[in-house]
Design a protein around this ligand. Structure first.
Ligand code: OFO
Length: 162
């Protein structure tokens, strides 16, 4: 069964969203480097790389379905934050936003009875659950620590091992 044009458009929009995510995390990594929080910078750099993989997985899927990939323009991300907590809160709500986008794709594929796309998207549904969990638990730790610099330093060291 041929993939619909509107499904191809939606996936192309999602490819853009994944690259936007990659850029957002790259800017967060640069912020942390500048703030001397090397572990958090490393964590965000890894996240940046993962987002590129997410985009490429979608690109390869469209190729497999014989569809046209549109290479998107990427918006300049926010690159200044008040502190580590604000960065991770932003990352957490961004992941919730991406999850809602993935759910919309599943709903569209379901309405179109595009079972191949539904099956393909399941990987992203699982991945989003993990990403929300990862960012959300770092937010909780940083909220708990408040201004405790020593605690933030310990979290920074832990995040260096990602
Ligand atoms: Fe691609 O999962 Fe984050 O945004």
């Amino acid at each position: 069964m041929r993939i619909s044009d509107s499904m191809v458009n939606s996936i192309n929009e999602q490819i853009k969203a994944e690259y936007d995510s990659a850029y957002i995390y790259l800017a967060m990594s640069a912020y942390f480097e500048d703030a001397g929080l090397k572990g958090m910078a490393h964590w965000m750099k890894k996240q940046h790389a993962e987002e590129i993989e997410h985009a490429e997985k979608f690109i390869n899927y469209l190729y497999e379905r014989g569809a046209r990939v549109v290479i998107p323009e990427i918006a300049k991300p926010k690159d200044n934050y008040a502190n580590a907590l604000e960065v991770f809160k932003t990352a957490y709500s961004h992941e919730q936003y991406v999850t809602s986008r993935i759910y919309n794709l599943v709903e569209q594929a379901t309405a179109e009875k595009d079972y191949a796309t539904i099956s393909f998207l399941q990987w992203y549904v699982d991945e989003q659950m993990e990403e929300e969990d990862n960012t959300g638990s770092i937010v909780s730790q940083l909220e708990f620590l408040g201004d405790d610099k020593r605690g933030i330093y310990i979290v920074d060291r832990e995040l260096a091992s990602r």
